[in-house]
Ligand binder design. Sequence first.
Ligand code: CO
Length: 329
Amino acid sequence: MAQVLCQLPQKDDPNLLSSNIPCADAGIYQLTPDLVILQSVDFFTPVVDDPYLFGAIAAANALSDVFAMGGKPITAMNIVAFPNCLDIDILTKILSGGADKVHEAGATVVGGHSIEDEEPKYGLSITGTAHPDKLITTLGCQNGDLLVLTKPLGTGLLTTGLKAKVLNEAQIETALDGMARLNRYASEAMQRVGVSACTDITGFGLIGHALEMAEASKKHLVIHADSLPAYPHAVDMAENGLVPEGRFRNHRHYIKRVSGAEDQPEQNIDLLCDPQTSGGLLIAVAPERVDLLLAELKGAGDQAFIIGAVENGDGDDGNNNCTGTMLLI
Ligand code: CO
């Protein structure tokens, strides 16, 4: 998608701050010297059978980009595709799941748009605000920073197992709770501590989103592949070869920038490349602040896993020209 967008005609608007931030999680547009708006949109087909839960997960996922940037979501617009053969009560439940999450995020649903379609789809367009000096972006990883992930991996593997009826919703309850969990509380925790950089983990998996942060910051990431956290049953799915198609797409696209992959067991690579729905925040934090961050995240009711560190890349000759690479150890 990014490759396609690059080819579109561009308008040079100095207020579009995100045009200077590679791989920004949301569009950043400056309105006044001390106010930017953040805009993001995401929607997808159902990942679970329960319509209310699907709505809640889709909203938590759509709100995530604004939280990753240290912003505050203000308004949300529903995006709906729905077949006319399905009971309208299902749509009501999807929308109320979404609205409850938007309210929990401190934002307001202002409207939306629906079309008729063969397969249901739901998501939201989110507008948030931030002070330009307080933005947390993919830029800013420093040598020696530690990388903290706030949710386990494996939602792609688990929802694939669910679709194949190898797993039921009760078996993946921990992951469902995780996907519906707002990144709001983790975002507020990192803002209290002060961190170097952040992104949220969604469809490109840990591999893609971590490499985007490395690329924006011109750094090399060292990831402890054996310490990657996984939701219960995710590794079982990987070991049984029940992996989502998106895992292969992410692998094809990103693996050439990763060294050490050939020495890793297959399930570590599956987790690294697994596309996430409403995944956690990946935070780069100075080592002297990591204990405080872990304590704040824990106090907020979130998880925190140290999965690696930031280093200078091989291509970095001191001129900061590293294109963003990763080593798995
Ligand atoms: Co994002």
